[in-house]
Ligand binder design. Structure first.
Ligand code: ZN
Ligand code: FE
Length: 269
């Protein structure tokens, strides 16, 4: 009988600030959003892992650019899971809201959520606790970042707001694997929104220390983001007040309007 090895999730750095996350059980591996193939192939070889599948969150090249080269470099094909709507190179399994992916090597059960905003056809993959997963894990692509959210290239503030609300409803201990190391610049912006957020000030110091050692600031958690991420806090009075001031608007602002204002502020920041 196969022994039930705990799953591990490790970052494979790519480009300047991307992470290609590798989920493995010491034998079999999945990778998420391989924008490049070379660092993935090198990692698999070093760790003696066999790639068994590719998960894609959205169509941007920094998340998909390595897929075809990976498929070419590996003997035999592996499934490539990705959203509908835009052609993902090599995509063999189109996924939709609520789909359950029962992957056997490595053994993991993943749930698909559609989370439009950054792009229209963006999906996230969530694994709740199971035999070999001790804490829930989320692969959110460019929808949620530590202390930030993705730019609205295709979707509306309302869509992003609803997508982030889906994440907010996940267990607080969910480990969140974002695909970019944007944390320090996101924190600088978050501090402009909420200069008195004590959790944020503490996190700023911790994140700076990690980056000085060249360590990832990820994964973050849903619980942490609810305390420090202005885009997850659009219903909090300090964030609403900041949105009122930059927009010059008075009166009540709904969370979606707050998100719209601070997202466009961040674009100019
Ligand atoms: Zn993107
Ligand atoms: Fe990206």
């Amino acid at each position: 009988m196969e022994k039930n090895t705990l799953l591990q999730v490790w970052p494979i750095p790519a480009f300047d600030d991307n992470y290609i996350w590798c989920i493995h059980d010491e034998h079999f591996a999945l990778v998420v959003d391989p924008g490049q193939s070379k660092p993935v192939l090198k990692y698999l070889e070093q760790k003696k892992l066999t790639l068994k599948g590719i998960l894609v969150t959205h169509h941007h090249a920094d998340h998909t650019g390595g897929i075809l080269e990976l498929l070419r470099a590996l003997d035999g094909s592996v499934p490539v899971y990705g959203p509908a709507g835009k052609d993902i190179p090599g995509c063999s399994n189109v996924v939709h809201e609520g789909d359950k992916l029962e992957i056997t090597q490595p053994r993991i059960s993943l749930k698909v959520s559609e989370v439009p905003g950054h792009t229209l056809s963006h999906v996230a993959y969530f694994a709740n606790m199971q035999a070999n997963v001790v804490e829930p894990i989320l692969f959110c692509g460019d929808t949620l970042f530590a202390c930030g959210c993705g730019r609205l290239f295709e979707g509306s503030p309302k869509q992003m707001s609803e997508s982030l609300a889906k994440f907010a409803a996940l267990p607080k201990n969910t480990l969140v694997y974002c695909t970019h190391e944007y944390t320090l610049s996101n924190i600088r912006f978050a501090l402009a929104v909420e200069p008195n957020n004590f959790n944020l000030i503490t996190w700023a110091q911790e994140a700076q220390a990690l980056r000085k050692l060249n360590l990832p600031t990820l994964p973050t958690t849903i619980g942490q983001e609810l305390q420090v991420n202005p885009f997850m806090r659009c219903d909090q009075s300090e964030v609403i007040e900041a949105a009122r001031q930059v927009s010059g608007r008075s009166g009540a602002l709904a969370p979606t309007e707050v998100l719209e204002v601070i997202r466009s502020w961040k674009d100019r920041f």
